[in-house]
Write a protein that binds this ligand. Structure first.
Ligand SMILES: NC(=O)c1ccc[n+]([C@@H]2O[C@H](COP(=O)([O-])OP(=O)(O)OC[C@H]3O[C@@H](n4cnc5c(N)ncnc54)[C@H](O)[C@@H]3O)[C@@H](O)[C@H]2O)c1
Ligand SMILES: O=C(O)C(=O)C[C@@H](O)[C@H](O)[C@H](O)COP(=O)(O)O
Ligand SMILES: [Zn+2]
Length: 353
């Protein structure tokens, strides 16, 4: 088993990565809590595939396990669904000594993590991520959130999990589009911090090609994220590089009402568009855009939304969490493998868009 420790002032935790880990999940969970109860939050799709096995495994390890199943999809990252979780936590009689288990993709992780952060002012939770995106990104680092009608991830908390338990074998059942979403965030890691990883990802041409290497790629990405989060847990500086492609990406998701494009697709378009702009104004080495766009295209990811609604995109970007009173902060690549954060006034962004 690969064990990557995230060391933070208030609480440190392990990311455990191993093919086949799911088979002994109950025992691993039992070690995470001195309490008697564990409540699994999952979505309808993951529940059908793996829900029963997880509950039985937890029970066999001596935990009293209950489960809340939320509808599949981004719409579940809502205030209404958060309320449903609070109700379920109360009905289950959870105490601060018990355990919440976020079992699914980034939607489940962000929502269940935020509920765990706030119910009783904080219950320990474990992430068992089942999508590539969740295994390399959303389960690590403690960003939890729901969307508001006004924008993406606008209500949330920094709340670190007690552990992240990753079985790459979950990826075998992922639909191609969901696997591609994870590839977009993997390309992000390569683009901001690891040129070799970027080139390796750009070279994958088949699903099998990638899945054979998945365990290693997941570990590389988790180590990059660990290093960044240890340096800047609360996103006041260096951590913003993990937002490469997200200022525009989140705006695209919102403008299309989370229906047309997934998070991974929107981030891919965000990376493609910001790099085109930064190269044009001399902030990225010539050829960076061509390289980024070729890699994304090769993986089947989009480069630009069908309709570029400048006014709506600008309004959404104006609510980005990285903004200050001076304007927006955007992440750009001086070259592939390195990222900088630049400050840009709203007028300049309007002119660019
Ligand atoms: N907190 C963070 O740091 C962070 C980082 C990146 C993304 N995010 C958030 O994550 C969300 C996107 O996550 P996602 O891409 O995992 O989407 P998702 O959670 O919606 O999962 C995508 C789809 O895959 C299905 N699924 C999950 N595991 C499966 C499996 N093993 N086999 C078959 N199907 C499976 C789900 O049911 C769903 O239909 C967005 O809301 C995004 O904002 C958060
Ligand atoms: O962990 C981070 O920091 C990230 O920015 C990772 C992103 O991939 C992720 O989508 C995150 O949820 C975006 O955060 P936000 O602060 O822009 O909502
Ligand atoms: Zn993201």
């Amino acid at each position: 088993m690969e064990r990557i420790t995230v060391e933070l002032p208030a609480n440190s935790y392990d990311i455990c990565i191993e093919n086949g880990l799911f088979a002994r999940m109950g025992g691993l969970l039992r070690r995470q809590t001195a309490g008697s109860k564990a409540l699994v939050v999952t979505d309808a799709t993951v529940d059908v595939l793996y829900g029963k096995t997880l509950v039985e495994s937890g029970m066999a390890a001596g935990l009293q396990v209950t489960k809340i199943v939320i509808p599949t999809g981004e719409a579940s990252k809502s205030l209404a669904m958060l309320g449903e979780l609070y109700r379920g936590f109360a009905d289950a009689g959870l105490t601060r000594g018990d355990l919440v288990i976020a079992f699914g993709g980034g939607v489940v992780g962000d929502l269940a993590g935020f509920a765990a952060a706030t119910y009783l002012r904080g219950i320990p939770y474990v992430q068992i991520p089942t999508t590539l995106l969740a295994q390399i990104d959303s389960s690590v680092g403690g960003k939890t959130a729901i969307n508001l009608p006004q924008g993406k991830n606008l209500a949330g908390a920094f709340y670190q999990p007690a552990a992240v338990l990753i079985d790459p074998a979950f990826l075998d059942s992922l639909p191609p589009r969901v696997l591609r979403d994870g590839m977009a965030e993997a390309v992000k890691y390569g683009a901001i911090a690891d040129r070799d990883l970027f080139e390796q990802l750009a070279g994958y041409r088949s699903r099998e090609d990638f899945l054979r290497q998945a365990e290693r790629v997941i570990a590389i990405c988790c180590r990059i994220k660990r290093d960044v989060v240890e340096e800047d847990e609360k996103d006041t500086g260096r951590r913003m590089i993990l937002n490469f492609g997200h200022s525009i990406g989140h705006a695209i998701e919102q403008v299309y009402q989370y229906q047309t494009y997934t998070h991974g697709e929107a981030v891919a378009m965000g990376m493609a568009q910001i790099t085109e702009h930064s190269e044009r104004i001399g902030l990225s080495r010539p050829g960076t855009t061509a390289r980024i766009q070729a890699a994304l295209r090769g993986l089947g990811l989009p480069l630009r939304p069908a309709v570029w609604d400048k006014t709506a995109l600008l309004a959404a970007m104006a609510r980005d969490k990285k903004n200050t009173s001076d304007g927006l902060q955007l992440v750009v690549l001086p070259e592939i493998g390195r990222a900088d954060v630049i400050r840009v006034g709203l007028d300049a962004v309007a002119a660019w868009l």
